[in-house]
Design a binder for this molecule. Structure first.
Ligand SMILES: [Zn+2]
Length: 355
């Protein structure tokens, strides 16, 4: 019989009620011995219950389970293992469009279970970098990748979708890439995803393209509130973390894929912010060929920029300004590079060679 505390109490009550103690003929010493034995048994059973409850306590299992889950989706490993989880779980295979969540994706909100995790990240980084004073500010600060370290005749095309109020979608460029089977890495801002969700879902579904993170509010990434091109940057570590992770979470929730590359709005950073992005498992990727200068170049300038590319170049274009009519120049520039024998690759194809 399984013996536990309530069983024993029950047995004592039965014995008492049936008059075992009062009516038996055994002497007083034996009765005392029986009582002591029962008390010891009761004590042992209660102790066993406590151990049992500790063994089965879920608190012991949570860190490992969280770690496994985080590893399985290649989540950042620092500073802790319970990382941002998608509010709706991992999107099922074959359902990367996440139709069930679209209504929740209408704006850039982040009302879900992740704010607690976000706070822990912010606390961690604010502690770690409390005394850090950045000494550089720009597009090529320490830690920012600008090219692929290779002699292979390859080029990585990158396209930004910035998410400004009047942002469009330059379909002509993307259709050309699809037609010629030219792969590219697309840096997408959180607000662009909200405004062009159907297009985003198509792009994310197309194996020619990989989705990268172009920030939540399209801010220059500064721990000290610096600006670039008149655009005010993130005001501190808290906003740096939010700028990266809110869009990270959005992309992951919709696609089931965690982006590996980050480029800030304006492509400006300080080196402390770049370090934070690195700890969040991101490579910060800029360029060594300015392809369209924020969609301001004319056709000749774009073609000339493309012709300056070398093996391992990373070219920066934009896919959010169709009204600037840069498509023609980009198409001609890429066509020339194809004619010269270049192969186009995604950043992840040369992940370990990004410098
Ligand atoms: Zn941008």
């Amino acid at each position: 019989m399984a013996l536990n505390g309530s069983n024993i109490v029950h047995q004592i009550l039965i014995m008492k009620n049936t008059g075992v103690f009062m009516k038996s003929k055994i002497n007083k010493k034996i009765r005392i011995l029986i009582l002591i034995s029962l008390c010891l048994l009761l004590l042992g059973a209660c102790t066993g219950d406590n151990f049992g409850s500790e063994d089965s306590a879920s608190t012991k299992d949570i860190p490992e389970a969280a770690k496994l889950e985080s590893e399985s989706v290649d989540r950042p490993q620092k500073p802790k293992t319970t990382l941002i989880q998608p509010a709706t779980g991992i999107v099922e295979e074959g359902n990367t469009r996440g139709e069930g969540n679209i209504s929740e994706e209408k704006d850039t909100t982040h009302e879900n279970n992740t704010d607690g995790d976000m706070e822990e990240y912010i606390t961690y980084f604010e502690g770690k970098y409390a005394d850090a004073i950045p000494n550089s500010w720009g597009e090529k600060v320490k830690g920012v990748i600008t090219e692929i370290d290779t002699d292979d005749k390859v080029i990585a095309l990158t396209f930004d979708a910035c998410g400004g109020k009047n942002d469009g979608y330059d379909e002509e460029i993307i259709e050309f890439l699809i037609d010629k089977e030219v792969p590219a890495t697309l840096f997408i801002n959180s607000r662009w995803i909200d405004r062009h969700l159907d297009v985003f879902l198509d792009l994310a579904d197309n194996p020619l393209f990989e989705i990268a993170n172009h920030g939540h509010r399209h801010k220059p990434l500064s721990v000290a509130g610096k600006s670039a091109y008149g655009i005010s940057g993130t005001q501190g570590i808290k906003e740096v973390v939010e700028e990266i992770l809110y869009n990270d979470e959005k992309i992951y929730r919709i696609t089931g894929q965690k982006p590996r590359y980050f480029r800030s709005g304006t492509a400006y950073y300080d080196e402390v912010a770049v370090g934070i992005a690195g700890e969040l498992n991101y490579k910060v990727v800029n360029y060594n060929v300015l392809g369209d200068a924020g969609a301001t170049y004319n056709k000749q300038q774009i073609v000339r920029a493309c012709s300056s590319a070398n093996p391992g170049s990373i070219i920066l274009f934009h896919m959010n300004r169709p009204e600037k009519r840069i498509a023609e120049g980009i198409i001609e520039g890429i066509t020339h590079l194809l004619d010269e024998g270049y192969t186009f690759v995604k950043l992840s194809d040369y992940h370990d060679y990004l410098r």
